[in-house]
Ligand binder design. Structure first.
Ligand code: HEM
Length: 219
């Protein structure tokens, strides 16, 4: 069973309103980016035989998909920047995502493989969660860098060379999409399996008096 182990305090919400707004804007922007990216990809595939079905792609043809991709890009870049700036200034990013201890990562993987999806304290991210969030944030930043390289390969020829050439930059961009898409599937499945977390990302969750991310010590 999942409960917030602390009684409701008078402090801030687990997920402040700003974080919730940015999270859901990001979710929409990412879905736009991924599905429009599939539309662009279909025009010149990287993996022979891999085409994304029409009903999964945003934009009837590549040029329309590209328009959607740029619209989603501005939304996700500005929103992502706001999230990183907010998280850094308030210290929330460090509090929630760090530290990550290897022993805890293994313990969480072991528990998950034994179907122990305990999430007793909503206010603490487990080590695997923290790791995945950091990976997806870094993948998002990498997508911007590789995206810029394949968008303006002449103007950013130095960057393209650094990435190993235009085609390699494209492949890295595709790999980044795969990481983000894989994350999204696991992330949504877990949110549905533990619906209290989903509710908290909508309502803000319990009020917390202490810094988020600091586990309770019951020793
Ligand atoms: C419809 C899609 C999505 C759903 C239903 C969803 C759901 C959630 C939920 C329930 C949490 C809170 C987890 C917890 O408290 O244990 C969360 C946090 C988070 N999600 Fe999502 N999410 C979605 C899309 C995304 C996407 C596309 C990304 C990034 C590519 C993302 C990145 C994150 C991150 C980084 C956090 C931690 C936020 C923080 O505390 O600062 N999510 N999500």
């Amino acid at each position: 069973m999942i409960v917030a182990t602390r009684p409701a305090g008078s402090g801030r919400r687990l997920h402040p309103l700003a974080v919730r707004i940015m999270h859901w804007i990001n979710a929409v922007a990412m879905i736009v980016m991924i599905t429009s990216g599939w539309g662009i990809y279909n025009d010149d595939v990287i993996i022979r035989g891999l085409h994304f079905p029409d009903y999964l792609r945003l934009g009837d043809w590549a040029a329309w998909s590209l328009n959607w991709h740029f619209a989603g890009m501005w939304l996700s870049v500005l929103n992502g920047l706001a999230y990183l700036v907010y998280g850094s200034i308030t210290g929330r990013l460090r509090e929630r995502m760090l530290p990550i201890r290897i022993a805890e990562v293994w313990a969480t993987i072991r528990d998950t493989l034994h179907f122990k999806l305990a999430h007793e304290d909503l206010t603490v991210y487990n080590a695997v969660q923290k790791l995945l969030y950091i990976i997806v944030i870094l993948a998002g930043i990498a997508q911007v860098v590789t995206g810029v390289a394949i968008w303006k390969p002449i103007q950013f020829s130095g960057l393209v060379a650094l990435l190993g050439g235009f085609q390699t930059a494209r492949v890295i961009h595709f790999a980044g999409m795969t990481i983000i898409f894989g994350f999204l599937i696991v992330h949504v499945v877990l949110a549905l399996l533990i619906p209290q977390t989903l509710l908290a990302m909508v309502t803000g969750g319990p009020r917390i008096a202490r810094s988020p991310g600091q586990p309770d010590r019951h020793t």
